[in-house]
Design a protein around this ligand. Structure first.
Ligand SMILES: *[C@@H]1O[C@H](CO)[C@@H](O)[C@H](O)[C@H]1NC(C)=O
Ligand SMILES: *[C@@H]1O[C@H](CO)[C@@H](O)[C@H](O)[C@H]1NC(C)=O
Ligand SMILES: *[C@@H]1O[C@H](CO)[C@@H](O)[C@H](O)[C@H]1NC(C)=O
Ligand SMILES: *[C@@H]1O[C@H](CO)[C@@H](O)[C@H](O)[C@H]1NC(C)=O
Ligand SMILES: *[C@@H]1O[C@H](CO)[C@@H](O)[C@H](O)[C@H]1NC(C)=O
Ligand SMILES: *[C@@H]1O[C@H](CO)[C@@H](O)[C@H](O)[C@H]1NC(C)=O
Ligand SMILES: *[C@@H]1O[C@H](CO)[C@@H](O)[C@H](O)[C@H]1NC(C)=O
Ligand SMILES: *[C@@H]1O[C@H](CO)[C@@H](O)[C@H](O)[C@H]1NC(C)=O
Ligand SMILES: *[C@@H]1O[C@H](CO)[C@@H](O)[C@H](O)[C@H]1NC(C)=O
Length: 889
């Protein structure tokens, strides 16, 4: 039992090459002598006639080195110089080739103690994002030559050296050879060479170019159990594999002809898929009676080929279509002559590969080239270690990038951070090729020129930071400004921020907390002060107290006069003023009827700036309507317009600032968890009612608000209530006609069913909506809740009252601290307002009178517990308040 064992290391004792036959075309060869200087140098290597050139054009990192002179004489010139990569985890060579082409890629590594450290460097080689192999240098003069046959999935090819330990990766030469015929086909596309051998009798020479026109390297193998035969005759080698003559002219045969003869090798990776190519040719001059016929089995008797007879002086290549596997990594091919055979088995050459799973999921190729251009444009190679594929593998993703990693598609760049990267010149349009980009940070560089308009078309871009570029012209192109205005983009310029509200919430969570907390703090303080005020007021009956009664209908000069001076021409402001006022839309207050509302400052007073959203379903017409209306309307319980902007595409309304937000969020405790007291609620209800009553009766012509709801009742710093959002208001004629047919507008739940049904609008529609608001104020229930026995609040209140008393519907958060009589009264009023028949609903004037009575009830109740309040006021809390509230029991 004889066998021939292969060592699968890529170790070659010497680098001498057999006599070449004739010069061959080196078309498509890329032969880099790594570390060759000066970088323009090229030379023809004498033993192969291969033309080598410097690697400088293919990599932008690494240090040039030279092997110790003592080792020079042992090896060819391409191994004299090398390039080492002490910096960075991953350093790459980049090639611009053809997609779908196949290349034989070979690295050569000879340490030669170039750094004087006498080390044994080890590191990894990657092809793109996939690990190709590990390089482990043992001896100072060992030559390691890993080789891969790689099918390019992109036109860009990257060969990377990856640091795996403390030692520094280096490379002596890197060679690429195009393979035109698809002769080596792995399921995975690429194959790593394990060994490629031939069986000469006396030579220790490797065979390569130009014996081998593809410059494959054939290693000589021999052992004691086998002998070599050879021929001087020409072997027909013109099958697709182009195996060199020199290789095919020799063959191995077992010394013991009759015993089975095995070729055995081991592949470390036991899960690897193995591809074996065997090349045969009969090179012996056979006598008439001679027969060479043998069976080939592998791994314990599996038949590979039976009764095989090599062709006379003509190559025959044998390989299996499906890859082979071995559970222990050992491969044992047994050759056994058949009973009829007179000659032993023979083999001329053997190639062993394993399949390599190439990670297809590299970065999108257009984005790679964009990134390469960006790298070149800003000369980043010296500043940032950007090597290999930008996104893949994730472990070696480029610094400053964030990528998406979809399961089946190429990675995409979603964030690019080049903060303080020494960028100069203009902003490159290569950025537009990063079509999935959502964040771009170019801050703190030396960029000049203008803010490019192309940002506008990058629809996914949510954040651009250009601050800290003193030479940059900060004029924002109009189209881009529109994106900023409609909140699809946040643009940071200098200190100022053009803000997308959602982006702000996500990215600046931390600052929001103290703001919310301080607002809550202020509100709690106001509640306490209000209580003091009432308590004192009972003693001194302050003239500044809220009105306790209002005569309905006719105008009172103080509250009814619309102030013509409030909307003078000078209240029209320019867009730059708006920007200044809002500090570039720094703080979002909320969303109104047709736009986002920002905080601003105008003449030292706080204002709310409502930007008309261009994407809004409403538009310029409504904007104009609101301006027209508010020009004429002024009432202390209507949110006042203090200015407006009508500057090209930029439409804005500037309102007085309502520091305490809307009634809804206060009811829900969203502004710090304080529950509005019953007293607060009564006060708010009466004030809002007064505002609405003014619209109905105080204006000429009368106006219907059309969108009364708790989110349109705003509270100022003193918790005074004002009705907001007149965007849906329309003037309507009063004489003769009392209805106007118009497009149904409003908010579901608050919408008058009669108006909805008939499309006829009257002020009674507002009464209906206000009735819903009153029920909300009492119950703190959602207007519509599908999980409730009665989804709509109107029906629910009626339903609950039919079964029980007022307690079952009043907001439990009040903890019983309310006036029962007042509660009944207000619920009755609310239910009257939401009567399905508009004729049966009260007028707003009537509602105001009723609500004032509720306020009076509450005040009386407070008065009764005045002593208690006084005593407990220093540590007021809702719980202590509830203990002495008579209404609760
Ligand atoms: C490097 O690239 C430049 C510009 O493309 C070219 O002129 C030069 O010949 C190249 N050098 C080598 C050694 O390939
Ligand atoms: C290299 O090429 C020259 C000219 O074509 C030829 O004379 C020489 O023999 C070749 N040398 C080798 C080693 O192929
Ligand atoms: C790659 O090569 C092609 C032609 O071979 C050329 O048109 C293209 O500009 C090159 N791309 C890069 C990024 O060098
Ligand atoms: C590359 O090969 C793939 C798969 O065969 C094919 O879909 C693609 O069109 C080819 N690309 C080019 C540029 O030939
Ligand atoms: C072994 O081969 C399998 C199949 O090709 C591959 O998935 C795996 O990564 C390889 N393992 C190592 C350590 O190379
Ligand atoms: C190889 O296989 C043959 C036939 O199964 C067997 O006789 C021989 O011992 C095997 N050799 C090795 C090294 O496993
Ligand atoms: C051996 O040769 C004879 C005659 O050619 C043939 O009949 C027989 O089948 C062969 N035996 C084997 C095992 O191939
Ligand atoms: C950018 O800076 C580099 C190095 O400081 C300089 O050579 C180059 O001319 C500058 N480019 C521009 C457009 O200012
Ligand atoms: C900035 O760009 C705008 C628009 O192109 C231009 O009108 C303005 O003059 C530029 N400003 C400066 C300081 O160059």
């Amino acid at each position: 039992m004889k066998s021939l064992h292969f060592c699968l290391l890529f170790m070659i004792v010497s680098f001498t090459v057999s006599r070449p036959v004739e010069a061959q075309d080196q078309a498509g060869f890329i032969s880099l002598d790594c570390g060759l200087v000066p970088k323009e140098t090229t030379y023809v290597e004498t033993s192969t006639n291969i033309t080598y050139k410097s690697d400088a054009n293919y990599t932008d990192s690494g240090l040039v080195g030279k092997i110790n002179d003592a080792h020079k004489t042992l090896v060819q010139q391409p191994l004299w110089a090398l390039r080492s990569f002490p910096e960075g985890e991953r350093n790459c060579y980049n090639f611009n080739l053809t997609v779908n082409s196949t290349y034989l890629i070979r690295g050569t590594f000879l340490y030669g103690n170039y750094d004087g450290l006498n080390q044994s460097p080890s590191f990894d080689l990657h092809i793109g994002a996939s690990k190709w192999t590990s390089v482990n240098i043992v001896g100072v003069t060992d030559t390691v030559m890993p080789e891969i046959i790689h099918v390019l999935t992109q036109k860009r090819l990257q060969v990377c050296l990856v640091k795996t330990g403390k030692t520094t990766p280096f490379i002596s030469s890197l060679e690429l050879r195009p393979l035109i015929n698809n002769i080596y086909i792995a399921e995975s596309g690429s194959m790593v060479l394990q060994n490629r051998v031939y069986f000469p009798s006396d030579s220790t020479s490797i065979v390569r170019y130009d014996e081998d026109i593809h410059d494959r390297v054939w290693n000589p193998v021999s052992d004691d159990d086998s002998s070599s035969i050879s021929t001087d005759l020409q072997v027909q080698t013109n099958n697709l594999y182009d195996v060199p003559q020199f290789v095919m002219k020799t063959a191995a045969i077992p010394k013991d002809a009759s015993a089975p003869w095995s070729l055995v090798w081991t592949i470390d990776n036991t899960t690897a898929l193995s591809y074996v190519y065997m090349h045969f040719a009969e090179i012996q001059d056979l006598k008439a009676n001679d027969l060479r016929e043998f069976d080939i089995t592998y791994n314990g008797g599996k038949l590979w080929f039976s009764q095989f007879r090599p062709n006379k002086l003509s190559i025959l290549t044998m390989f299996s279509q499906v890859p082979l596997t071995s559970s222990n990594g050992e491969y044992n091919f047994t050759f056994e002559m058949t009973s009829n055979s007179t000659l032993p088995p023979l083999i001329n050459a053997l190639e062993i590969y394993t399949g390599l799973e190439i990670l297809q999921l590299q970065t999108d190729k257009d984005e790679v080239s964009a990134m390469m251009n960006i790298k070149t444009t800003y000369d980043l190679s010296k500043k940032i270690s950007w090597q290999g594929d930008p996104c893949a593998p994730q472990l070696y993703r480029w610094e400053g990038l964030d990528c998406s990693y979809p399961d089946t598609e190429a990675s995409r760049i979603i964030s690019l951070n080049l903060n303080a990267s020494g960028l100069n010149g203009t902003i490159t349009s290569d950025i537009t090729k990063l079509t999935q980009l959502s964040e771009l940070d170019l801050s703190n560089n030396d960029l000049s020129g203008e803010i490019p308009e192309f940002f506008t078309d990058m629809k996914l871009l949510k954040l651009i930071n250009l601050s800290g570029n003193p030479k940059l012209n900060l004029t924002v192109p109009d189209s881009l400004q529109q994106r900023v205005n409609n909140k699809s983009l946040t643009l940071i310029l200098g200190e100022k921020v053009k803000m997308n509200p959602t982006a702000k919430k996500e990215s600046k969570k931390v600052p929001i907390v103290p703001i919310a907390a301080s607002v809550a703090g202020v509100f709690a303080l106001i509640v306490i002060l209000a209580i003091f005020f009432i308590v004192k007021g009972k003693k001194g009956k302050s003239a500044e107290g809220p009105p306790l009664s209002v005569t309905s209908g006719t105008a009172k000069s103080e509250t009814r006069s619309s102030n013509p001076s409030i909307m003078r021409k000078d209240r029209k402001i320019t867009y730059p003023q708006v920007l200044k006022m809002t500090n570039n839309f720094e703080r979002v207050l909320g969303k109104g009827g047709f736009g986002t509302v920002y905080h601003g400052n105008m003449e030292d007073a706080q204002v709310a700036v409502k930007m008309l959203s261009h994407s809004s379903a409403q538009g310029y017409k409504e904007f104009k309507a609101e301006v027209e209306l508010l020009l004429r309307v002024h009432h202390r319980h209507l949110v006042g317009l203090v200015g407006y902007c009508d500057d090209g595409d930029n439409l804005a309304l500037i309102y007085e600032y309502m520091a305490n937000g809307d009634l809804r969020e206060n009811m829900l405790g969203k502004r710090g968890g304080n529950v509005l007291t019953w007293e607060n609620r009564m006060q708010i209800a009466v004030e809002a009612a007064q505002g609405l009553e003014y619209l109905h009766n105080g204006c000429t012509p009368p106006m219907v608000h059309r969108d009364v709801k708790t989110t349109n009742i705003l509270l100022n710093a003193q918790c005074g209530a004002k009705l907001a959002d007149f965007g849906l208001s329309r003037s309507f004629p009063i004489d003769g006609e009392c209805h106007v047919s118009t497009v149904v507008a409003g908010t579901p739940g608050y919408l008058d069913p009669e108006y909805y049904r008939t499309n006829w609008l009257s002020e009674k529609s507002d009464v209906y909506s206000f009735g819903v608001v009153l029920l909300e104020i009492v119950t703190n229930q959602p207007v519509i809740n599908q999980t409730r026995e009665r989804p709509h609040i109107n029906e629910w209140v009626g339903f609950m009252l039919s079964k029980g008393d007022i307690k079952s519907i009043v907001d439990p958060k009040l903890m019983g601290d309310y006036d029962t009589n007042g509660a009944w009264k207000i619920v009755e009023l609310g239910l009257a307002c939401v009567n399905p028949s508009s004729n049966l609903r009260p007028t707003m004037a009537h509602v105001v009178i009723e609500l004032n009575e509720c306020v009076a009830f509450e005040n009386a109740r407070r008065q009764g517990s005045e002593e208690m309040y006084t005593r407990s006021s220093t540590n007021f809390s809702h719980t202590s308040a509830s203990e002495f509230s008579p209404g609760a029991r």
